[in-house]
Design a protein around this ligand. Structure first.
Ligand code: LLP
Length: 426
Protein backbone atom coordinates (compact mmCIF):
# COMPACT_ATOMS: atom_id res chain seq x y z
CA UNK A 1 0.00 0.00 0.00
CA UNK A 2 2.65 2.49 1.03
CA UNK A 3 4.86 1.52 -1.89
CA UNK A 4 2.63 3.30 -4.41
CA UNK A 5 2.73 6.41 -2.31
CA UNK A 6 6.45 6.91 -2.45
CA UNK A 7 6.10 9.51 -5.20
CA UNK A 8 4.12 11.79 -2.90
CA UNK A 9 5.65 10.77 0.44
CA UNK A 10 9.29 10.18 1.29
CA UNK A 11 8.35 7.46 3.83
CA UNK A 12 8.48 3.83 2.78
CA UNK A 13 9.08 0.27 3.95
CA UNK A 14 12.25 -0.96 2.22
CA UNK A 15 11.03 -4.57 2.42
CA UNK A 16 8.19 -6.49 4.04
CA UNK A 17 8.67 -6.71 7.79
CA UNK A 18 11.11 -3.78 7.85
CA UNK A 19 10.57 -0.54 9.73
CA UNK A 20 9.32 2.60 8.00
CA UNK A 21 12.20 4.62 6.53
CA UNK A 22 12.80 8.16 5.45
CA UNK A 23 15.58 8.30 2.87
CA UNK A 24 18.19 5.83 4.08
CA UNK A 25 17.16 6.04 7.71
CA UNK A 26 14.84 3.90 9.83
CA UNK A 27 12.32 5.78 11.94
CA UNK A 28 12.87 3.19 14.68
CA UNK A 29 16.48 4.22 14.99
CA UNK A 30 15.43 7.89 14.98
CA UNK A 31 13.01 7.29 17.84
CA UNK A 32 15.68 5.43 19.83
CA UNK A 33 18.15 8.22 19.31
CA UNK A 34 15.95 11.26 19.80
CA UNK A 35 12.93 9.88 21.68
CA UNK A 36 9.27 10.62 20.81
CA UNK A 37 7.19 12.55 19.87
CA UNK A 38 9.54 13.45 17.06
CA UNK A 39 9.11 15.39 13.83
CA UNK A 40 11.07 13.89 10.94
CA UNK A 41 11.48 15.79 7.66
CA UNK A 42 12.97 14.80 4.34
CA UNK A 43 15.23 17.55 3.00
CA UNK A 44 15.32 15.77 -0.35
CA UNK A 45 11.59 16.00 -0.82
CA UNK A 46 11.46 19.68 0.15
CA UNK A 47 14.11 20.52 -2.46
CA UNK A 48 12.38 18.28 -5.01
CA UNK A 49 9.06 20.08 -4.48
CA UNK A 50 10.73 23.47 -4.90
CA UNK A 51 12.19 22.20 -8.19
CA UNK A 52 8.71 21.25 -9.43
CA UNK A 53 7.63 24.89 -9.13
CA UNK A 54 10.88 26.14 -10.66
CA UNK A 55 10.44 23.85 -13.65
CA UNK A 56 6.76 24.59 -14.15
CA UNK A 57 7.39 28.35 -14.05
CA UNK A 58 10.58 28.27 -16.12
CA UNK A 59 8.95 30.12 -19.02
CA UNK A 60 8.63 33.37 -17.09
CA UNK A 61 10.66 35.40 -14.63
CA UNK A 62 9.48 34.26 -11.21
CA UNK A 63 10.28 33.92 -7.53
CA UNK A 64 9.01 31.21 -5.20
CA UNK A 65 8.48 32.87 -1.82
CA UNK A 66 8.10 29.98 0.61
CA UNK A 67 5.42 30.73 3.19
CA UNK A 68 7.37 30.57 6.45
CA UNK A 69 4.31 29.91 8.60
CA UNK A 70 3.98 26.38 7.20
CA UNK A 71 7.23 25.28 8.81
CA UNK A 72 9.64 27.86 10.14
CA UNK A 73 12.52 25.63 11.25
CA UNK A 74 15.71 27.60 10.63
CA UNK A 75 17.39 24.64 8.93
CA UNK A 76 14.49 24.34 6.48
CA UNK A 77 14.56 28.06 5.72
CA UNK A 78 18.29 27.80 5.07
CA UNK A 79 17.82 24.78 2.83
CA UNK A 80 15.19 26.58 0.76
CA UNK A 81 17.20 29.81 0.54
CA UNK A 82 20.25 27.87 -0.67
CA UNK A 83 18.07 26.49 -3.41
CA UNK A 84 16.99 29.94 -4.52
CA UNK A 85 13.70 30.44 -2.69
CA UNK A 86 12.49 33.72 -1.28
CA UNK A 87 10.07 33.95 1.65
CA UNK A 88 6.57 35.06 2.50
CA UNK A 89 6.45 36.26 6.10
CA UNK A 90 3.59 37.46 8.28
CA UNK A 91 5.36 38.84 11.35
CA UNK A 92 8.52 40.49 12.59
CA UNK A 93 9.27 37.16 14.23
CA UNK A 94 9.27 35.34 10.91
CA UNK A 95 11.53 38.05 9.49
CA UNK A 96 13.95 37.45 12.38
CA UNK A 97 13.95 33.77 11.45
CA UNK A 98 14.85 34.53 7.84
CA UNK A 99 17.58 36.91 9.03
CA UNK A 100 18.95 34.20 11.34
CA UNK A 101 18.81 31.39 8.80
CA UNK A 102 19.57 33.10 5.48
CA UNK A 103 20.33 36.84 5.79
CA UNK A 104 21.40 36.92 2.15
CA UNK A 105 17.80 36.13 1.15
CA UNK A 106 16.24 39.22 2.76
CA UNK A 107 15.87 40.91 -0.62
CA UNK A 108 13.60 38.01 -1.60
CA UNK A 109 11.14 38.50 1.26
CA UNK A 110 7.53 39.66 0.94
CA UNK A 111 5.61 40.67 4.05
CA UNK A 112 1.89 39.75 4.22
CA UNK A 113 -0.61 40.01 7.08
CA UNK A 114 -3.61 42.11 8.08
CA UNK A 115 -2.14 43.49 11.29
CA UNK A 116 1.42 44.71 10.79
CA UNK A 117 2.64 46.95 13.61
CA UNK A 118 4.80 50.04 13.14
CA UNK A 119 7.70 48.19 14.78
CA UNK A 120 7.36 45.29 12.34
CA UNK A 121 7.18 47.66 9.36
CA UNK A 122 10.31 49.47 10.59
CA UNK A 123 12.20 46.20 10.97
CA UNK A 124 11.28 45.11 7.45
CA UNK A 125 12.05 48.51 5.89
CA UNK A 126 15.49 48.63 7.46
CA UNK A 127 16.20 45.00 6.54
CA UNK A 128 15.46 45.82 2.89
CA UNK A 129 12.76 43.30 2.04
CA UNK A 130 11.47 42.99 -1.52
CA UNK A 131 7.91 44.23 -0.90
CA UNK A 132 5.04 44.67 1.52
CA UNK A 133 1.75 42.99 0.70
CA UNK A 134 -0.55 45.71 2.01
CA UNK A 135 -3.98 44.64 3.24
CA UNK A 136 -5.78 47.94 3.98
CA UNK A 137 -5.68 51.66 3.26
CA UNK A 138 -4.84 52.35 6.88
CA UNK A 139 -1.83 50.05 6.63
CA UNK A 140 -0.71 51.80 3.45
CA UNK A 141 -0.90 55.11 5.27
CA UNK A 142 1.20 53.77 8.12
CA UNK A 143 3.70 52.29 5.66
CA UNK A 144 4.03 55.67 3.94
CA UNK A 145 4.61 57.38 7.28
CA UNK A 146 7.28 54.89 8.41
CA UNK A 147 8.98 55.03 4.99
CA UNK A 148 9.09 58.82 5.16
CA UNK A 149 10.48 58.72 8.70
CA UNK A 150 13.31 56.38 7.74
CA UNK A 151 13.72 57.89 4.26
CA UNK A 152 13.50 54.42 2.75
CA UNK A 153 11.20 54.01 -0.23
CA UNK A 154 8.72 51.20 0.43
CA UNK A 155 7.85 48.87 -2.41
CA UNK A 156 4.33 47.61 -1.98
CA UNK A 157 1.75 45.35 -3.56
CA UNK A 158 -1.89 45.72 -2.66
CA UNK A 159 -3.28 42.40 -1.56
CA UNK A 160 -6.58 42.44 -3.33
CA UNK A 161 -9.56 40.36 -2.45
CA UNK A 162 -10.84 38.99 -5.77
CA UNK A 163 -14.12 37.60 -4.40
CA UNK A 164 -13.36 34.11 -5.66
CA UNK A 165 -14.65 31.06 -3.83
CA UNK A 166 -12.22 28.21 -3.33
CA UNK A 167 -13.42 24.89 -1.99
CA UNK A 168 -11.58 24.25 1.27
CA UNK A 169 -12.12 24.26 5.03
CA UNK A 170 -13.93 27.51 6.06
CA UNK A 171 -11.11 28.42 8.50
CA UNK A 172 -8.54 28.53 5.69
CA UNK A 173 -10.58 30.10 2.89
CA UNK A 174 -9.67 33.76 2.39
CA UNK A 175 -10.68 35.02 -1.04
CA UNK A 176 -14.25 36.18 -0.44
CA UNK A 177 -15.38 39.72 0.27
CA UNK A 178 -16.71 38.61 3.64
CA UNK A 179 -13.21 37.58 4.79
CA UNK A 180 -10.89 39.89 6.72
CA UNK A 181 -8.14 39.62 4.10
CA UNK A 182 -7.07 42.01 1.40
CA UNK A 183 -8.65 45.06 -0.18
CA UNK A 184 -11.78 44.86 -2.31
CA UNK A 185 -10.44 44.59 -5.84
CA UNK A 186 -12.96 47.21 -7.05
CA UNK A 187 -11.31 49.81 -4.84
CA UNK A 188 -7.72 48.97 -5.73
CA UNK A 189 -7.38 51.23 -8.78
CA UNK A 190 -8.18 54.38 -6.82
CA UNK A 191 -5.81 53.43 -4.01
CA UNK A 192 -2.92 52.79 -6.42
CA UNK A 193 -3.56 56.12 -8.12
CA UNK A 194 -3.30 58.11 -4.94
CA UNK A 195 -0.36 56.04 -3.63
CA UNK A 196 1.54 56.68 -6.87
CA UNK A 197 1.73 60.34 -5.86
CA UNK A 198 3.45 59.51 -2.55
CA UNK A 199 7.19 60.12 -2.64
CA UNK A 200 8.05 57.25 -0.26
CA UNK A 201 5.77 54.62 -1.74
CA UNK A 202 6.50 52.61 -4.84
CA UNK A 203 3.61 50.67 -6.40
CA UNK A 204 5.56 47.51 -7.12
CA UNK A 205 3.02 44.76 -7.60
CA UNK A 206 -0.33 43.29 -6.80
CA UNK A 207 -0.95 40.19 -4.72
CA UNK A 208 -3.76 37.79 -4.06
CA UNK A 209 -4.18 34.74 -1.82
CA UNK A 210 -7.50 32.95 -1.94
CA UNK A 211 -7.01 30.26 0.69
CA UNK A 212 -5.15 27.13 1.59
CA UNK A 213 -5.42 23.40 0.75
CA UNK A 214 -7.09 24.18 -2.59
CA UNK A 215 -7.08 21.07 -4.72
CA UNK A 216 -8.14 22.41 -8.10
CA UNK A 217 -6.26 24.86 -10.31
CA UNK A 218 -9.40 26.60 -11.50
CA UNK A 219 -9.90 29.14 -8.66
CA UNK A 220 -6.25 30.24 -8.96
CA UNK A 221 -6.84 31.00 -12.63
CA UNK A 222 -10.08 32.86 -11.84
CA UNK A 223 -8.34 35.03 -9.22
CA UNK A 224 -5.40 35.86 -11.50
CA UNK A 225 -7.75 36.74 -14.33
CA UNK A 226 -9.29 39.43 -12.12
CA UNK A 227 -5.85 40.59 -11.06
CA UNK A 228 -4.70 40.77 -14.70
CA UNK A 229 -7.64 42.97 -15.53
CA UNK A 230 -6.58 45.33 -12.75
CA UNK A 231 -2.98 45.30 -14.01
CA UNK A 232 -4.20 46.35 -17.47
CA UNK A 233 -6.34 49.14 -16.03
CA UNK A 234 -3.36 50.39 -14.04
CA UNK A 235 -1.15 50.34 -17.12
CA UNK A 236 -3.65 52.54 -18.93
CA UNK A 237 -3.37 54.95 -16.01
CA UNK A 238 0.41 55.00 -16.36
CA UNK A 239 1.09 52.73 -13.36
CA UNK A 240 3.30 49.86 -14.49
CA UNK A 241 3.45 47.03 -11.94
CA UNK A 242 6.50 44.80 -11.93
CA UNK A 243 5.12 41.80 -10.08
CA UNK A 244 1.98 39.75 -9.77
CA UNK A 245 1.89 37.62 -6.64
CA UNK A 246 -0.47 34.64 -6.89
CA UNK A 247 -0.16 33.75 -3.18
CA UNK A 248 -0.03 30.21 -1.87
CA UNK A 249 -2.70 27.64 -1.33
CA UNK A 250 -2.02 24.67 -3.59
CA UNK A 251 -3.24 21.61 -1.72
CA UNK A 252 -1.81 18.13 -1.24
CA UNK A 253 -3.53 14.76 -0.94
CA UNK A 254 -3.78 13.85 2.74
CA UNK A 255 -5.56 10.59 1.98
CA UNK A 256 -3.85 7.42 0.88
CA UNK A 257 -3.39 6.80 -2.80
CA UNK A 258 -1.31 7.93 -5.70
CA UNK A 259 -0.79 11.64 -6.03
CA UNK A 260 1.17 13.11 -8.90
CA UNK A 261 2.77 16.21 -7.41
CA UNK A 262 4.51 17.20 -10.64
CA UNK A 263 1.26 17.09 -12.63
CA UNK A 264 -0.50 19.12 -9.93
CA UNK A 265 2.13 21.86 -10.05
CA UNK A 266 2.07 21.95 -13.85
CA UNK A 267 -1.70 22.29 -13.91
CA UNK A 268 -1.49 25.07 -11.31
CA UNK A 269 1.26 26.92 -13.18
CA UNK A 270 -0.60 26.62 -16.49
CA UNK A 271 -3.81 28.07 -14.99
CA UNK A 272 -1.87 31.06 -13.66
CA UNK A 273 0.16 31.51 -16.83
CA UNK A 274 -3.00 31.50 -18.98
CA UNK A 275 -4.66 34.06 -16.75
CA UNK A 276 -1.63 36.36 -16.76
CA UNK A 277 -2.20 37.02 -20.46
CA UNK A 278 0.20 39.64 -21.79
CA UNK A 279 1.67 40.60 -18.41
CA UNK A 280 5.42 40.71 -18.91
CA UNK A 281 6.60 41.19 -15.35
CA UNK A 282 7.68 38.81 -12.67
CA UNK A 283 5.40 36.21 -11.09
CA UNK A 284 5.69 35.60 -7.35
CA UNK A 285 4.05 32.67 -5.60
CA UNK A 286 3.87 31.87 -1.89
CA UNK A 287 3.49 28.11 -1.46
CA UNK A 288 3.81 26.71 2.04
CA UNK A 289 2.04 23.40 2.48
CA UNK A 290 2.89 22.00 -0.94
CA UNK A 291 6.62 22.29 -0.27
CA UNK A 292 6.77 20.80 3.21
CA UNK A 293 3.59 18.93 4.22
CA UNK A 294 4.37 15.56 2.74
CA UNK A 295 8.06 15.78 3.62
CA UNK A 296 7.24 15.47 7.32
CA UNK A 297 5.94 12.86 9.74
CA UNK A 298 5.26 13.00 13.45
CA UNK A 299 6.56 9.84 15.09
CA UNK A 300 4.82 8.85 18.31
CA UNK A 301 4.88 5.91 20.68
CA UNK A 302 1.77 4.01 21.69
CA UNK A 303 1.40 4.27 25.46
CA UNK A 304 -1.80 2.34 26.02
CA UNK A 305 -4.54 0.58 24.12
CA UNK A 306 -7.78 0.79 26.05
CA UNK A 307 -11.40 -0.13 25.55
CA UNK A 308 -14.33 1.98 26.73
CA UNK A 309 -17.66 0.43 25.91
CA UNK A 310 -17.63 -0.33 22.22
CA UNK A 311 -14.66 1.88 21.42
CA UNK A 312 -10.97 1.14 21.34
CA UNK A 313 -8.57 4.00 22.04
CA UNK A 314 -4.95 3.98 21.00
CA UNK A 315 -3.26 6.50 23.29
CA UNK A 316 0.00 7.93 21.98
CA UNK A 317 2.65 10.11 23.57
CA UNK A 318 1.95 12.80 20.94
CA UNK A 319 -1.07 15.03 21.40
CA UNK A 320 -3.01 17.95 19.97
CA UNK A 321 -0.39 20.35 21.32
CA UNK A 322 2.12 18.72 18.93
CA UNK A 323 -0.21 18.51 15.90
CA UNK A 324 -3.48 20.40 16.18
CA UNK A 325 -4.77 19.99 12.62
CA UNK A 326 -7.20 17.09 13.32
CA UNK A 327 -8.68 18.91 16.32
CA UNK A 328 -8.88 22.30 14.62
CA UNK A 329 -9.90 21.49 11.05
CA UNK A 330 -11.07 17.88 11.34
CA UNK A 331 -8.04 17.25 9.15
CA UNK A 332 -7.12 13.76 8.04
CA UNK A 333 -3.60 12.49 8.69
CA UNK A 334 -2.74 8.99 7.56
CA UNK A 335 -1.42 6.92 10.50
CA UNK A 336 0.80 3.91 9.92
CA UNK A 337 2.71 1.59 12.25
CA UNK A 338 6.45 2.10 12.00
CA UNK A 339 6.97 -1.69 12.12
CA UNK A 340 3.79 -3.41 10.93
CA UNK A 341 2.58 -6.48 12.83
CA UNK A 342 0.69 -9.40 11.44
CA UNK A 343 -3.00 -9.41 12.20
CA UNK A 344 -6.26 -7.75 11.34
CA UNK A 345 -6.80 -4.01 11.21
CA UNK A 346 -9.15 -2.67 13.89
CA UNK A 347 -11.38 0.38 14.06
CA UNK A 348 -9.93 2.67 16.74
CA UNK A 349 -9.64 6.26 17.89
CA UNK A 350 -6.05 7.48 18.00
CA UNK A 351 -5.77 10.05 20.78
CA UNK A 352 -3.23 11.94 22.87
CA UNK A 353 -2.88 12.29 26.64
CA UNK A 354 -4.34 15.82 26.84
CA UNK A 355 -7.40 16.39 28.99
CA UNK A 356 -9.77 17.32 26.15
CA UNK A 357 -12.11 15.23 24.08
CA UNK A 358 -10.85 17.21 21.09
CA UNK A 359 -7.40 15.72 21.57
CA UNK A 360 -7.56 13.16 18.80
CA UNK A 361 -5.63 12.34 15.65
CA UNK A 362 -8.19 10.00 14.14
CA UNK A 363 -11.68 8.80 14.98
CA UNK A 364 -13.20 5.47 14.00
CA UNK A 365 -10.17 4.79 11.86
CA UNK A 366 -9.20 1.38 10.54
CA UNK A 367 -5.68 0.96 11.87
CA UNK A 368 -3.22 -1.88 11.47
CA UNK A 369 -2.74 -3.69 14.80
CA UNK A 370 -0.58 -1.88 17.36
CA UNK A 371 0.47 -2.69 20.91
CA UNK A 372 1.76 -0.49 23.72
CA UNK A 373 5.39 0.37 23.03
CA UNK A 374 4.93 0.35 19.24
CA UNK A 375 5.76 3.38 17.15
CA UNK A 376 3.31 5.01 14.77
CA UNK A 377 3.91 7.70 12.16
CA UNK A 378 1.40 10.47 11.45
CA UNK A 379 2.05 11.31 7.83
CA UNK A 380 1.91 14.60 5.93
CA UNK A 381 2.69 16.50 9.12
CA UNK A 382 5.46 18.74 7.76
CA UNK A 383 3.23 21.79 7.27
CA UNK A 384 1.37 23.58 10.08
CA UNK A 385 2.46 20.88 12.53
CA UNK A 386 5.33 22.18 14.58
CA UNK A 387 4.48 25.82 13.76
CA UNK A 388 1.05 25.43 15.35
CA UNK A 389 2.31 23.47 18.34
CA UNK A 390 1.99 24.72 21.90
CA UNK A 391 2.95 23.85 25.44
CA UNK A 392 -0.63 23.09 26.47
CA UNK A 393 -0.73 20.80 29.50
CA UNK A 394 2.89 21.93 30.10
CA UNK A 395 4.13 19.52 27.48
CA UNK A 396 7.56 20.27 26.04
CA UNK A 397 7.46 20.51 22.26
CA UNK A 398 8.94 17.68 20.16
CA UNK A 399 12.42 17.54 18.72
CA UNK A 400 12.85 17.87 14.95
CA UNK A 401 15.24 16.05 12.64
CA UNK A 402 16.04 16.71 9.02
CA UNK A 403 17.13 13.80 6.85
CA UNK A 404 19.20 14.22 3.72
CA UNK A 405 19.85 10.86 2.09
CA UNK A 406 21.49 8.92 4.92
CA UNK A 407 22.48 12.02 6.85
CA UNK A 408 20.48 12.78 9.97
CA UNK A 409 20.53 16.18 11.60
CA UNK A 410 18.85 17.22 14.82
CA UNK A 411 17.60 20.68 13.84
CA UNK A 412 15.74 21.42 17.05
CA UNK A 413 16.30 19.69 20.35
CA UNK A 414 13.41 18.60 22.49
CA UNK A 415 12.29 21.34 24.87
CA UNK A 416 13.16 20.84 28.51
CA UNK A 417 11.15 21.73 31.56
CA UNK A 418 13.72 24.47 32.23
CA UNK A 419 12.90 26.01 28.79
CA UNK A 420 9.22 26.04 29.67
CA UNK A 421 9.60 27.57 33.11
CA UNK A 422 12.32 30.12 32.21
CA UNK A 423 10.10 33.15 31.42
CA UNK A 424 8.04 32.86 34.61
CA UNK A 425 8.37 34.30 38.11
CA UNK A 426 6.87 32.85 41.26
N1 LLP B 1 0.30 33.39 1.54
C1 LLP B 1 -0.58 33.87 2.43
C2 LLP B 1 -0.90 35.30 2.40
C3 LLP B 1 -1.17 33.00 3.38
O1 LLP B 1 -2.05 33.49 4.25
C4 LLP B 1 -0.84 31.62 3.37
C5 LLP B 1 -1.43 30.69 4.34
C6 LLP B 1 0.09 31.17 2.41
C7 LLP B 1 0.63 32.07 1.51
C8 LLP B 1 0.52 29.73 2.32
O2 LLP B 1 -0.55 28.89 2.04
P1 LLP B 1 -0.29 27.34 1.70
O3 LLP B 1 0.47 27.28 0.41
O4 LLP B 1 0.47 26.75 2.81
O5 LLP B 1 -1.65 26.78 1.59
N2 LLP B 1 -3.06 26.17 9.47
C9 LLP B 1 -3.84 25.78 8.32
C10 LLP B 1 -3.42 26.55 7.08
C11 LLP B 1 -3.44 28.06 7.25
C12 LLP B 1 -2.99 28.82 6.03
C13 LLP B 1 -2.79 30.25 6.32
N3 LLP B 1 -2.27 31.04 5.24
C14 LLP B 1 -3.73 24.28 8.12
O6 LLP B 1 -3.07 23.60 8.92
O7 LLP B 1 -4.34 23.72 7.21
Amino acid sequence: MIKQETSSRPFFYPQPGAALHCGGVSLESMARRFDTPLYVYSADQIVERLRLFEQALAGREHLVCYSVKANSALAILKLLAENGAGFDIVSGGELERVLAAAPEAVGRVVFSGVGKTAAEIDLALKAGILAFNVESEAELKLLAARARKHTIRARFALRVNPDVFAETHPYISTGLREHKFGIDIRRALGIYKSAAKERWLEPHGVSVHIGSQIRSAEPFGAAIERVSKLVRQLRREGIELQTVNAGGGLGVDYHAGAFDAAAKVEEYAAAIEDALGDFEGRLLIEPGRFLVAQAGALVARVLYVKRNGKKTFVITDAAMNDLIRPALYQAWHEIVPVRPRAGKARVVDVVGPICETGDFFARDRKLAPVLPGDLVALLDAGAYGMTQSSNYNTRPRPAEVLIEGKKVRLIRRRETMADLLAPEVV
